[in-house]
Design a protein around this ligand. Structure first.
Ligand SMILES: NC(=O)c1ccc[n+]([C@@H]2O[C@H](COP(=O)([O-])OP(=O)(O)OC[C@H]3O[C@@H](n4cnc5c(N)ncnc54)[C@H](O)[C@@H]3O)[C@@H](O)[C@H]2O)c1
Length: 385
């Protein structure tokens, strides 16, 4: 690594939620500087956001098209290295496509695109250009999720038989989209969110977490989607039965009307020899229950953990790490990968440990398949990518 990487942003202005989390995460390890942005759909807000972030005014743009065009014309040692896209789902594909076509690496929010077809186009572009794309499925960045993955891979649980993954939230228990909540408004609008509401917004996180930890792929599903708040246009709740490619079965629950819940994503995985459990709201603990043995609690920051867990931990045991650090891990691994490539080196497997464009395609396929299964009269439907 010879220098910091230069970051540009699409979205994430003072009118946004997740953009500021990305900035904290990107800069956590001192490997990134924010150099430009088209921070809002509203050029005035983009300008104000640039001022608040002390970005050079000549590099605060009114649109992402202008940003990519003008940045491409800057000298190589000045222009941004990568673009972070933190807009509503319907404004993911086009800025990502333009960025890749103009030689810029990409960090993009989930779900990766608006349609599965767009996701496949991005995959083709990433392959064609050799550029790097990271998808921010945040929960896979936690050290104890890495530990869980390592233990499954080392066969500590034996052959995996069952996965229960749930993501209950309560923040859409009322018709908040009609009460001035900007984040609720686009998430419940099929023209801006996509085919699915809760399953697209948070079911995709749950599906990614299950596939990431187990290393298995979903092959069949049976989905039941519900819209429980009257007047809402998309699903706000749903249950999916799953079969994985090794024959294991699973249950995935995503709900945004689980009144009183915060961000209670939780996963339980059972193999022939034992099980494990991880709960996002207590992220520094991993519960490991092996057959005929006392229950164990593995804790972040200890020497007995896997290399992957240690590589993704910053502070000693007992000092809690959380969502910001998990986000930071995705950024650090992405940045180390891009820097290695810029230096003509081969990224290590630890560097390459972040969600990619393939995960983005699977996430979009998950949405398509769940919606199709819910609409079908069949009990089970094939998971098609
Ligand atoms: N990884 C996670 O855990 C996580 C958490 C929250 C949100 N998200 C994802 O992040 C994305 C953004 O969500 P949010 O809640 O921050 O939304 P938001 O509504 O709070 O912010 C969206 C931002 O995009 C800007 N924008 C819209 N159109 C634009 C355009 N054409 N050009 C430039 N800027 C534009 C808006 O002005 C705003 O600044 C979504 O895809 C969402 O699914 C992911």
């Amino acid at each position: 690594m010879k220098r910091k990487l230069r970051m540009g942003m699409v979205g994430g202005g003072i009118d946004a939620f997740i953009g500021s989390v990305h900035r904290i995460a990107a800069r956590m390890d001192g490997l990134v500087e924010l150099v430009c942005g088209a921070f809002s759909v509203n050029p005035e807000i983009s300008k104000e956001s640039g001022e608040a972030l002390f970005v050079d005014p000549s590099r605060v743009y009114s649109t992402y098209q202008e940003m990519i065009e003008k940045e491409s014309q800057l000298p190589e040692d000045v222009r941004m290295d990568f673009v972070t896209i933190v807009t509503p789902n319907f404004v993911h594909f086009d800025p990502a496509r333009l960025a890749l076509e103009n030689g810029f690496n990409v960090v993009i929010e989930k779900p990766m695109t608006f349609t599965l077809e767009e996701a496949k186009q991005l995959k083709d572009l990433v392959e064609k250009t050799g550029l790097t794309l990271a998808l921010t499925h945040t929960y896979s960045g936690y050290p104890m999720v890495k530990q869980a993955k390592a233990m499954v891979k080392e066969n500590k649980l034996g052959k995996i038989r069952k996965v229960i993954v749930e993501y209950p939230q309560g923040w859409l228990s009322r018709l908040s989209e009609r009460e001035g909540n900007a984040q609720a408004a686009w998430r419940t609008d099929p023209k801006r969110s996509g085919k699915s509401g809760a399953m697209g917004d948070i079911g995709t996180h749950a599906a990614h977490l299950a596939e990431y930890i187990t290393g298995l792929k979903i092959v069949d599903i049976c989905a039941d989607l519900n819209t429980l708040v009257e007047g809402r246009l998309l699903d706000d709740d749903g249950n999916v039965l799953i079969r994985f490619d090794n024959g294991a079965n699973g249950v995935l629950i995503a709900s945004q009307i689980a009144a009183g819940e915060e961000n209670a994503i939780r996963i339980r995985i059972y193999g022939e020899e034992g099980g494990l459990e991880w709960i996002q709201e207590e992220p520094n603990s991993l519960y490991v229950n092996l057959l005929d043995q006392p229950k164990q609690i593995y804790r972040t920051g200890n020497a007995y953990l896997s290399n992957a867990a240690k590589h993704n931990t910053r502070i000693p045991a007992g000092h809690p790490e959380g969502l910001l650090e998990a986000f930071g891990n995705i950024y650090r691994n992405f940045v180390l990968t891009v820097s290695a490539k810029l230096n003509g080196e081969t990224p290590t497997p630890e560097m390459l440990d972040f969600p990619t464009v393939e995960d983005g395609v699977r996430g979009m396929a998950f949405i398509d398949n769940v919606v199709a299964s819910n609409a079908s009269n069949e009990k089970w439907t094939k998971f098609v990518v």
